[in-house]
Write a protein that binds this ligand. Structure first.
Ligand SMILES: [Zn+2]
Ligand SMILES: [Zn+2]
Ligand SMILES: [Zn+2]
Length: 343
């Protein structure tokens, strides 16, 4: 993530709604990729000619979004919230808090996908090729829901996230139950976005054959593979070949796990570079140098966390095999961007 500053010179964050120094109300403008004041007269703004900005309707009505829409579109949803197909019932206060957590994570995902220049449009605008999000409850958190069990996943252009994943206690209990070392909303969203782009990758002949070489046959019986994973646990020695035990369940899960780790890496490297802790990573260079930069940074992150009594920030090892798969994710992203630019 890049850094942002208020007109008064004070730092702002991607999630900021106001400046702690001068009190100006601010929000994120997805078109300029900058934090802008809501009703200031910022002369440097590229969009000054179009007038000032207002928060998105979800920001104005529920305080769950800090993205901006031009003031003459007051009451409209921002570019990020237009990706929502379903949100949970808002009669419960905790659902608004959960929704806010979801929006924060989703906006960070959209920021990274957009800055990589991946082809991305919401599914209301383009029902054929667009992406949508269902953020929903099931009977476990709300007895009046029709569905008894909604699992987090991806199907036909829709990423579904169970609202309980935005509940810290419920998510931590699930993490322990599943014996995972890491479980976050952002991690879920990045993983599921990998399944969305997987179709584009498999559609390309050259990428498809490399996918098969690195990850295996994507058409392997999915239900049977997942059942085996949950019944018997991961194969012994999985950590020699996979980034996580779940990645060993099926080739497409391996791909989605690597995709999400690639996004973790480049977002965090960008943040560290923005704070001048490291040199800016050059995504065009060979992946080896990026992987090494990441290994060094993640060790520091883990040590810093341990220094204040927290668990490791990045409890994973990128071995030789995993590095090759991550490099392929990087190449696939480059190809998808090139294709979308010339199609
Ligand atoms: Zn300020
Ligand atoms: Zn919004
Ligand atoms: Zn998956």
């Amino acid at each position: 993530m890049r850094r942002f500053w208020c007109d008064c010179g004070h730092p702002l964050f991607f999630e900021s709604t106001s400046c702690n120094n001068c009190g100006a109300q601010v929000g994120y403008d997805p078109r300029s990729g900058d934090m802008l004041p809501l009703r200031g007269n910022r002369t440097s703004s590229l969009f000054q000619a179009q007038g000032d900005f207002d928060w998105c309707a979800n920001g104005q009505n529920h305080a769950v979004c800090n993205w901006l829409v031009p003031a003459d579109q007051k009451g409209n949803l921002c570019e990020g919230c237009r990706f929502n197909r379903t949100i949970p019932w808002l009669g419960k206060e905790e659902n608004i808090q959960r929704w806010k957590g979801f929006e924060v994570a989703k906006k960070r995902l959209l920021y990274t996908l957009t800055s990589l220049q991946l082809p991305l449009v919401d599914g209301s605008t383009d029902p054929e090729r667009g992406l949508l999000f269902d953020f929903i409850e099931d009977q476990r958190s709300n007895p009046v829901m029709l569905e008894s069990f909604v699992s987090t996943g991806y199907l036909s252009g829709v990423i579904t996230i169970n609202a309980m994943e935005a509940d810290d206690l419920a998510r931590e209990q699930e993490r322990v139950r599943m014996n995972e070392s890491y479980r976050t909303l952002l991690g879920h969203l990045r993983h599921e976005s990998g399944h969305f782009f997987q179709a584009y990758v498999l559609h390309d002949e050259a990428l498809n054959s490399e996918f098969r070489r690195l990850f295996g046959d994507p058409d392997t019986d999915y239900q049977a593979a997942l059942q085996r994973h949950y019944d018997l646990g991961p194969a012994e020695g999985w950590s020699n070949y996979y980034i996580s035990s779940y990645a060993s369940a099926h080739p497409v899960e391996d791909w989605a796990e690597c995709w999400s780790h690639y996004l973790h890496m480049i977002d965090t490297l960008e943040t560290a570079a923005a704070y001048r802790m490291i040199e800016s990573p050059d995504l065009q260079r060979d992946f080896r140098s990026i992987a090494n930069q990441w290994r060094n940074l993640s060790v520091v992150m883990n040590e810093l966390n341990r220094s204040i009594g927290l668990a490791d920030a990045y409890p994973f090892v990128i071995n030789e095999w995993v590095e090759q798969k991550l490099a392929f994710v990087g190449r696939s992203i480059e190809e998808l961007c090139l294709k979308s630019r010339y199609s």
